[in-house]
Design a protein around this ligand. Structure first.
Ligand SMILES: Cc1ncc(C[n+]2csc(CCOP(=O)(O)OP(=O)(O)O)c2C)c(N)n1
Ligand code: SF4
Ligand SMILES: [Mg+2]
Length: 344
C-alpha cells in the first residue's frame, strides 16, 4: 500500500507481511494523487474513453490493505492481461466468464484456512470480484447468488456497460429497453431491445447481504466511500457501477464521465446504498434530487448523447421515449418510497 508520497507510480503494490495496513480513507484529490496508486498500471488496451479503468482507479482509492482481485472474462480482463503481460499491480485471478464469484469464494475460503492454521502472514486479506454485466446479470448470476447465500466475505463489483462489449456489443440482462445492440438491432421489426433491465442490485438486496450500493464514476467520492464500506462489512457486498462504453453506447470519448453523470441526473441510474437492518439510503445527487425534484432531468438528456438511442429521438418514436420515461419514473418513485432518508 502506498504510504506517504508515492515514489514510483508504476510499481506493484507490495504488502509487507505482518505490517498492519489500516490506511485512512482519503477523499482529497491532491492527497489522493500524491499518496495513492491505482492497482491498474498504464499500458492496458482498454479503449480511450472507457469508464472501466476509472472504476478500478476509484476502487484502488478505497482498498485498505492486502487485496486479491478475481476478474470475470470481459473487456476489463481481456484488455488488461494480454499474455504475457499484465496491468494489475495486485494479485489477480481469472478463471472463466461465469465463475468469478465462485473462484473468489475459493480464494476467500483458502485465506480463512491459512489464517486458521497460522500460515497467513497478514491480519486480513480483502477479496474483490469484478465482473461485467454479461458476467453478472446473466452467465455468472448463479455463482454470484451462491456466493451471497454462503456468506463469503467478498466485495463483488459489477461494472455495467450494458452489453457484452468484449465480443461485439450483444444485448445482456443489463441492457436497457430500446437500446441498439448487434443482437437487438433497430429496424422495421423491433426498436432495439424489447425487454427491461434486470434490477440486479435489488435482487442482491433480496439476498439479505450486509451491503449493496450503486455508484457512478461521475460521483467519484460517493463511489470511493461505497467501495470502502463494501470492503469493511463482514460478509458479502455488492457494488453496481454504471460504466460507460464509447464503442457500444456510441458517444465521443470525451463524454465518458458526462454520460455517467446524466445517468444519475435523469434518475435512470439513481445512487443509493442499502445497509442490512437499516434499509435503503439515497446518496449524493440522487438525495439532492429527492429533496429538490426540479433538479431531475428528462430522460432525453441521457439519450441524446448516445448513438445507441439515436432512433428514439426521431419524431415517430416519441411514444417509446415516453414509455422509457414512465419506466424510469416508476423505478425512481418506488425507490423514493423505500429510501429511509427520502423526504416524506
Ligand atoms: C462460457 C462462455 N461463453 C462465452 C464466452 C465469450 N465471451 C467472453 S467475454 C464475453 C462478453 C462479456 O460481457 P460482459 O460481462 O458484459 O463484459 P464486457 O466485455 O462488456 O466488459 C463473452 C460472451 C466465454 N468466454 N465463455
Ligand atoms: S469496448 Fe467498451 S467496455 Fe470494452 S474497452 Fe472499449 S470502451 Fe471499454
Ligand atoms: Mg458488458
Amino acid at each position: 500500500m502506498s504510504e506517504g508520497k508515492a515514489q514510483n507510480p508504476y510499481r506493484l503494490l507490495i504488502f509487507e507481511p505482518g505490517r498492519k495496513y489500516e490506511s485512512p480513507l482519503i477523499l482529497n484529490p491532491r492527497k489522493l494523487a500524491e499518496e495513492k496508486q491505482s492497482m491498474l498500471l498504464p499500458g492496458h488496451r482498454l479503449c480511450a474513453g472507457c469508464a472501466a479503468p476509472v472504476v478500478v482507479k476509484l476502487l484502488s482509492f478505497a482498498i485498505r490493505g492486502p487485496t486479491i482481485v478475481v476478474n470475470a472474462t470481459g473487456c476489463l480482463e481481456v484488455a488488461t492481461t494480454i499474455f504475457p503481460y499484465t496491468s494489475w499491480a495486485v494479485p489477480w485471478l481469472h478463471v472463466a466468464f461465469e465463475n468469478a464469484a465462485s473462484a473468489a469464494s475459493g480464494v476467500e475460503a483458502a485465506i480463512k484456512a491459512l489464517k486458521k492454521s497460522g500460515r497467513l502472514p497478514y491480519d486480513h486479506v480483502d477479496v474483490v470480484a469484478i465482473g461485467g454485466d454479461g458476467g453478472t446479470f446473466d452467465i455468472g448470476f448463479q455463482a454470484l447468488s451462491g456466493m451471497a447465500e454462503r456468506g463469503h466475505d467478498i466485495m463483488y463489483v459489477l461494472y455495467d456497460n450494458e452489453a457484452y462489449m468484449n465480443t461485439g456489443i450483444q444485448r445482456s440482462g443489463g441492457t436497457p429497453p430500446f437500446a441498439w445492440t448487434t443482437t437487438s438491432p433497430v429496424g422495421k421489426v423491433i426498436p432495439g431491445k424489447t425487454q427491461q433491465k434486470k434490477p440486479i442490485a435489488d435482487i442482491m438486496v433480496a439476498h439479505r447481504i450486509p451491503y449493496v450500493a450503486t455508484a457512478s464514476p461521475a460521483f467519484w467520492a460517493d463511489a470511493v466511500q461505497k467501495f470502502r464500506k463494501g470492503l469493511e462489512v463482514n460478509g458479502p457486498s455488492f457494488i453496481h457501477v454504471i460504466s460507460s462504453c464509447n464503442r457500444g453506447w456510441r458517444f465521443d470519448t470525451s463524454l465518458s464521465i458526462e454520460v455517467t453523470r446524466r445517468a444519475v441526473d435523469t434518475c435512470y441510474f439513481p445512487l443509493w446504498e442499502y445497509v442490512l437492518g437499516k434499509g435503503y439510503f439515497l446518496t449524493a445527487r440522487s438525495l439532492q434530487i429527492a429533496r429538490k425534484p426540479e433538479l431531475k432531468q428528462p430522460i432525453e438528456k441521457f439519450l441524446e448523447v448516445q448513438g445507441r438511442f439515436r432512433h428514439l429521438l426521431k419524431p415517430e418514436n416519441r411514444e417509446l421515449v415516453k414509455k422509457l420515461q414512465e419506466y424510469v419514473d416508476a423505478v425512481w418513485e418506488d425507490l423514493l418510497e423505500r429510501a429511509v432518508n427520502a423526504p416524506r
